[in-house]
Design a protein around this ligand. Structure first.
Ligand code: MEV
Length: 296
């Protein structure tokens, strides 16, 4: 039996702009997906058929093999699907690593990252690569497409304890559709996001709460200008801001209804909890910057 797990991710800032060559700051979150592969005599082809159809050809092509011995695939996940937490990247990464182990191939993180990026292209069309890097390597990731990623120091505990995630629900639109909707016409906004991402890195390094709140608010405004935050979610975010906090979508977002998970920050996080409760939405705390992919 082979067991591999991978964390989800959030964008602290820079989603969408990262597709257009701007830096993004991401963190691995301690919601994990676990993949278990066990040998069987005959595998059930119906089981997770679509996922198998995407991942197996990537492995076969890389290893130049025609068949993979039958196996049973079990996936258990704490990551809400399609909600900006990188569930597709996390599932692909854990499955790819497990499958490589299953066929007796000694993998490393670089290889799993490379092959997970191939899977992300099938899922999302034009991914930046930031999601797969974050779930594979873990920690905090500063990433610009086409450049080696950097791992900034972790978020100081006095800031880290004040983040909360609110789940607004699964967006009607897919990540692929949202990425296709955003275009190069937002170049000026992308430039501003780049500036904000750099400032955010400094605010985190310095433990500057006030700066952090202002930057998340400004970054969220930019995302709204790109059209990736629905009106209903904007109104929840305004409530959080009016209460002294900040919140933003943390992935592709949504145009019409739910936008997936919101990354929220407040000097008094209980205020965010109360807002979530008043909106009948789930909220949860999670560590930011956890370990990436690992064999269990
Ligand atoms: C999706 O989690 C983040 C986007 O920036 C797309 C990408 O980076 O591939 C919207």
């Amino acid at each position: 039996m082979i067991k591999v797990s991978a964390p989800g991710k959030i964008h602290l800032l820079g989603e969408h702009a990262v597709v257009y060559g701007k830096p993004a700051l991401l963190a691995a979150v301690d919601l994990r997906v676990t993949v278990i592969l066990s040998p069987v005599i005959v595998s059930d082809q119906r089981e997770r058929g679509n996922l198998k159809k995407i991942i197996e050809p990537i492995i076969k092509k890389y290893l130049k093999i025609k068949t993979i011995p039958p196996y049973r695939l079990e996936i258990s996940s704490q990551i809400p699907v399609g909600s900006g937490l990188g569930s597709s990247a996390a599932i692909s990464a854990a499955y790819i690593a497990a499958l490589l182990s299953y066929v007796g191939y000694k993998w490393d993180l670089n290889l799993v990252n490379e092959l997970t990026f191939e899977a992300e292209k099938v899922f999302h069309g034009n991914p930046s690569g930031g999601d797969n890097i974050t779930v594979v390597y873990g920690g905090l990731i500063y990433y610009t497409k086409g450049e080696p990623f950097q791992s900034p120091p972790s978020i100081p505990p006095k800031l880290a304890k004040n983040f909360i995630l609110i789940n607004t629900g699964k967006p009607k639109e897919t990540t692929k559709e949202m990425v296709e909707m955003v275009s190069v016409k937002f170049r000026k906004i992308f430039d501003n996001q780049e500036q904000l991402v750099k400032e955010l890195l400094l605010a985190i390094r310095d433990g500057n709460e006030n700066q952090l709140i202002q930057i998340i608010r400004a970054g969220e405004k930019n995302l709204e200008s790109m059209g990736v935050v629905s009106k209903s979610v904007q109104s929840i975010i305004r409530k959080i801001e009016d209460s002294g906090g900040a919140a933003k979508i943390c992935g592709a977002g949504g145009k019409t209804g739910p936008t997936g998970v919101l990354l929220c920050y407040h000097p008094k996080p209980s205020i965010i909890q109360n807002i979530a409760i008043s909106q009948h939405l789930d909220y949860f705390r999670t560590a930011l910057g956890v370990e990436g992919l690992r064999q269990e």
